[in-house]
Write a protein that binds this ligand. Structure first.
Ligand code: ZN
Length: 91
């Protein structure tokens, strides 16, 4: 029987988990019109938005001090440069 709430999860060959850096532990599936990934090794899970950007589901609860800049992993990192000189409202 098919259960609509149980999406088909497929392993992604060659995919490296961004959390535990293991290979071939990532499963991907579709749900709610989005692609989701999960690692069967460490439980890491994230989603991919329509642009293919990673959207982490959970922040790792490890107590480690993380600098604001992430180490460059296999996934692309979007960088934002806040501009303090942004125009303010002139009346
Ligand atoms: Zn992992």
């Amino acid at each position: 029987m098919n259960q609509p709430n149980e999406p088909v999860k497929r392993f992604i060959a060659g995919a490296v988990c961004p959390a535990c850096s293991r290979m071939d532990t990532i499963r991907m599936y579709q749900q709610d019109g989005m692609s989701h990934r999960e690692c069967v090794e460490c439980g890491y899970a994230d989603s991919l938005d329509e642009r293919g950007n990673s959207v982490p589901k959970e922040v790792p609860t490890r107590v480690t001090i993380q600098p604001s800049s992430k180490p460059a992993a296999t996934s692309h990192v979007a960088q934002f440069y806040p501009n303090p000189k942004l125009k303010k409202k002139d009346s």
